[in-house]
Unconditional design. Sequence first.
Length: 204
Amino acid sequence: MEIKALVLGVLDVNCYLVSTEKAAVVIDPGFRSVEALDFLKNAKDKERLILLTHGHFDHIGYADELASLTDTKIAIGEFDAPALSENTVNLSALFGAPLKPFCADIILADGQMLNVGDIEFKVIHTPGHTVGGVCYLCGDTLFSGDTLFAGSIGRTDFPGGSFEALKTSIKKLYTSNDDITLLSGHGGSSTILNEKRHNPFVRG
Ligand SMILES: [Zn+2]
């Protein structure tokens, strides 16, 4: 499995291009990216999917356009699905760049195994940053969205945010294997063990 990180837009969101021989997955295409577009365009013979960690504008902003340009489906956790068509909830109204409302094709539940070609993602509901944020565990890689960062945690002062809920979610992530690599929505990578030991906000 190959993973490439693109850093997109003014908020430096990490958009991940995940590929194998049989699958091409774009995680969190928040802003327009020719590279993400070409990635899916060049994967016509593979199973493709656009996967969203949560419903904030900086993670979803290019999803709808990318999906229609490449005939790819969009998946998101069930409790953040409404955010795709609510500009006050996805914060695009607040940041002065309202999005065209759209819908996801696939709604994911906590604990669900999602198969794309030969890749398997486990869906882990991790509320706190948003009500319906999810992390995706794929082998020994965890795509943690804005739930857990290297040395930090997601903001909890937006609509639907809760520090208590986030803390519980992160503690749940800390029960995963220590050597799992953390690829988050912003900033650099880390490991579960690193964050358990050194995260200044939530320790394991
Ligand atoms: Zn966010």
